[in-house]
Design a protein around this ligand. Structure first.
Ligand code: CA
Length: 233
C-alpha cells in the first residue's frame, strides 16, 4: 500500500513514516501543500494522511481539490484542531477519518488498517505478493493457493522480508532477528535457511544483494550485475 503523508512537523512526520514503513507500507512524506500536489500528480496513492496546519496553506484546500478530482482516494486527517466544528469541517469536507493530535502511533496504525479494510478489503494479518500469501495469525504460507510448510526460521525470514518489502535487509539484521541464537560464527546458517525457503516458495521472490543482504521487491525486476534473483548468496 502506498501512502502520501503530508505533515510539516519533523518529529511527528518521521515517527509516522517509520511506523507505516514497518507495516510494509510505502510512504511518500512531504511537508508542504505544493509538494503534496506534485506528488499526487506523479504517483498513484492508496491513502492520504493529511495535516491541516501547513506552512503554505490549509490541508482542507487539498482535501477539497482531492474530492473534486479523485473521489475515492481515502483521506485520514491528522490535526491538533480538536473542536467539534473542526472535525465536522474535515469530515464534511470529504475526509474518511479524523485523528486528533497528539495520538498514539498504535491508534494511527489501527485507523489506517481499518480505513484500508473499508476501502480495499485488505486482510489485516495477511501479507501478499504475486501469488504468495503469508498469514501471521495462523503462521501459514501459500503459493498460488498451495500450502507451503516452512520451519520457524524460514517463516520468520519471509515475514521480515515481506514487511520491509522494497528495502534491503542486511544479513546481520536477519541473523539477529531470525536465528535462534542470533549471529553466530557459523556464518552459513542464514544461507541454509534462505536456500530452503527459496526452494519451498519458488523463484522470483527473494533477491540477493551481494555482500549486503536480501530484499523482496514490490515489483518483479530484472537481474542486475550486483544482485541475483534466487542465485547463490
Ligand atoms: Ca502542522
Amino acid at each position: 500500500m502506498k501512502v502520501l503523508l503530508l505533515e510539516d512537523d519533523l518529529e511527528l512526520g518521521n515517527g509516522v513514516r517509520i511506523a507505516l514503513s514497518d507495516q510494509s507500507m510505502e510512504v511518500v512524506w512531504v511537508r508542504r501543500l505544493s509538494d503534496a500536489a506534485s506528488s499526487l500528480d506523479a504517483n498513484t496513492f492508496d491513502m492520504v494522511l493529511l495535516d491541516l496546519g501547513l506552512p503554505d496553506g490549509d490541508g482542507l484546500e487539498l482535501l477539497g481539490r482531492l474530492r473534486r478530482h479523485r473521489k475515492n482516494l481515502p483521506v485520514l486527517i491528522l490535526s491538533a484542531r480538536d473542536r467539534l466544528q473542526d472535525r465536522l469541517r474535515g469530515l464534511d469536507g470529504g475526509a474518511d477519518d479524523y485523528l486528533v493530535k497528539p495520538f498514539a502511533l498504535a491508534e494511527l496504525l489501527s485507523r489506517v488498517r481499518a480505513l484500508a479494510r473499508r476501502s480495499y478489503g485488505f486482510e489485516e494479518d495477511q501479507l501478499t505478493l504475486r501469488g504468495l500469501a503469508l498469514d501471521e495469525a495462523t503462521r501459514s504460507v501459500t503459493v498460488n493457493g498451495r500450502e507451503v510448510e516452512l520451519s520457524r526460521c524460514e517463516f520468520d525470514l519471509l515475514a521480515l522480508l515481506l514487511k520491509r518489502m522494497g528495502r534491503v535487509v542486511t544479513r546481520r539484521a536477519l541473523e539477529q532477528q531470525v536465528l535462534p541464537g542470533g549471529p553466530t560464527n557459523e556464518s552459513n546458517a542464514l544461507d541454509v535457511h534462505m536456500s530452503n525457503l527459496r526452494r519451498k516458495i519458488g523463484k522470483g521472490y527473494v533477491r540477493t544483494v551481494r555482500g549486503i543482504g536480501y530484499v523482496i521487491d514490490a515489483r518483479q525486476r530484472e537481474e542486475s550485475a550486483d544482485s541475483t534473483l534466487d542465485g547463490a548468496p
